[in-house]
Design a protein. Structure first.
Ligand SMILES: [Zn+2]
Length: 272
């Protein structure tokens, strides 16, 4: 049974793609209002689809964390969670409830993962840069590593001054054997994804091109925070078309505890 997983924050989960191990390392979760997050008065899909995704307080459960890719000599952290942060709910925010991070370094150690060698930040929002920018030992370690982010995000972020190890990317860059950066613009101007493996055994980590599985049947559903809504829809539609056509495994970092899955018949099918 996977039903409880759709409305729970992610546990640590690993899969193997070719000869590369990828591990979802949890940091915590953010509650997203099922209507307000999408900028509307009503949830964007029928209640029968929305209800199974909601926690006991009526929110979508957006996991936060890092995807660790072990490829050759590289240990790549894709995103760095929310960081040591707890913001309580009940503030009347129309889109977001409680936000809780904080477990990434201890989970990393408990899983016995090697130290990171590279960082990729899919986009410079706080639930992805959390530990990287934090005033912590883990943060200081991360900031010493080569860190890829979208050129279009770095050009407009105060975080650009926090490190001299930034490597601005536009998509197409290779990080390690079989690991390349993808341009997925829309949510932010320089939003990136990461592709692992080859055409027939491939994983795509798509960042915040989608925030919940509710967007899979209808790629026109945008979150209220998209920088360029039309580009976000075009990127999401092309991504979903590719995932459907190739049966590639995808990683949806905010997808509750069903972060690894395949797209078929416009639905998400967890794979681990
Ligand atoms: Zn996010």
């Amino acid at each position: 049974m996977t039903s409880g997983r759709w409305r729970s924050p992610s546990r640590a989960r690993s899969i193997v793609v070719g000869d590369v191990r990828v591990t979802s390392v949890p940091d915590g979760r953010i509650q997203l209002h099922p209507a307000g997050w999408y900028g509307s008065a009503e949830p964007p899909r029928p209640v029968t689809e929305v209800q199974p995704l909601l926690d006991s307080e009526g929110y979508l459960v957006a996991s936060v964390g890092s995807l660790v890719i072990e490829a050759g000599n590289h240990v790549i952290a894709v995103d760095t969670g929310l960081g040591p942060v707890h913001v309580p709910g009940g503030r009347g925010h129309p889109a977001i409830g409680a936000m809780t991070g904080g477990t990434l370094p201890e989970q990393w150690r408990a899983l016995g993962l090697p130290d990171p060698t590279d960082v990729v930040i899919t986009h410079l929002h706080e639930d992805h840069t959390g530990w990287w920018s934090s005033d912590s030992r883990f943060g200081a370690t991360l900031r010493e590593l080569p860190t890829i982010a979208g050129r279009g995000d770095l050009d407009r972020s105060p975080l650009a001054t926090l490190s001299d190890r930034w490597q601005p990317a536009a998509g197409g860059e290779q990080i390690a054997p079989g690991v390349t950066v993808m341009a997925l613009p829309g949510h932010t101007p320089g939003h990136l994804g990461v592709r692992v493996g080859s055409r027939h055994d491939c994983l795509i980590a798509f960042g915040d091109a989608l925030h919940s599985t509710l967007q899979i049947p209808d790629p026109t559903i945008n979150a209220f925070v998209e920088h360029d809504p039309a580009a976000a829809v075009a990127t999401r539609a092309a991504l979903l078309e590719e995932l459907q056509r190739t049966s590639a495994v995808a990683y949806g970092n905010h997808f509750g505890d069903v972060v690894f899955g395949r797209v078929d018949a416009r639905q998400w099918h967890p794979v681990d």
